[in-house]
Design a protein around this ligand. Sequence first.
Ligand code: 2NL
Length: 344
Amino acid sequence: MQERLVELKTEALEKVAQAEDAKALQDVKVQYLGKKGPITEVLRGMGKLPKEERPVIGQMANDVREEISTAIDEKQTKMEEAALEKQLQEETIDVTLPGRPAQTGGPHLLTSLIEEIEDLFIGMGFEIAEGPEVEVDYYNFEALNLPKGHPARDMQDSFYITEEMLMRTHTSPVQARTMEQHKGKGPVKVICPGKVYRRDTDDATHSHQFTQIEGLLVDKHVRMSDLKGVLNAFAKQMFGEEREIRLRPSFFPFTEPSVEMDISCKMCGGEGCSVCKGTGWIEILGAGMVHPNVLEMAGYDPNEYTGFAFGMGPERIAMLKYGIDDIRHFYTNDVRFLNQFHKA
Ligand code: 2NL
């Protein structure tokens, strides 16, 4: 019987040592220590033994049982530790690795361009003024020498909220409001950027919503040469010192006389190319001397005060500067387009 117990112990310990996973170990436990296992059987058979041998065998059977049980527990602990160690190894985080770069946004191309233009004029003493995008007929048209029925209103059809209220078609109403606030006194020296609206069908060169940036200077003794000087300084800083400007006669209802300003073409240096369509010049903005009617409606005495104003489209300037072929790129907000213009 003793031999049998020694045999069982050796056998069981060997199987414990060989067990490769929790299930195998559990199987060993059931097989040797279970109710139907060989040790239980030995204990049951003790009745047949001589009395004096019983305690010896009993003690031994219990020891064997204890030893196997301890071996199983130890093995289980070892397995758990190994599993944890393995998991820790696999899940190690190397804190010295560089992090993933965060996706950062940035100003929209048009926003950057408008801010660049603002900065140039701030450098010449202008202030920034803003106003409502939903505007009343008076400031959008009437105060700018565009009375009801004026033919020039047709080119600026808008989205009407009511008969008297509309989405502004240009940023000029901001200047009209600014002049009014100055109550007939100068100087007024402002740059007005913002969104404007026209009833237009969208295509590569038209959009029902776009941006404008306008400037206005009203004071005593303001002359056309002042306009030319300011625009020349702007053009050189914005497009390059080597650029020339030229003013061509034009018409706007709110200025008299009115001009359009071209800059010399950088691509061909004035020789004529596809960018300037063979002319050597590129149209950049419209401008003029503020119409006496406009000054008067804003509360200025046109015999005492004069002024100049100009307006440009940031989309057009960006398209020329970066060779963008479709105005809709600005508004569809494909990040692949937008990201190209983020300054480092
Ligand atoms: C263009 C031309 C222009 C103005 C805007 C203006 C505003 C007031 C009085 C007089 Cl309050 N004029 N604005 C003047 C001339 C031209 O814009 O082609 N813009 C995109």
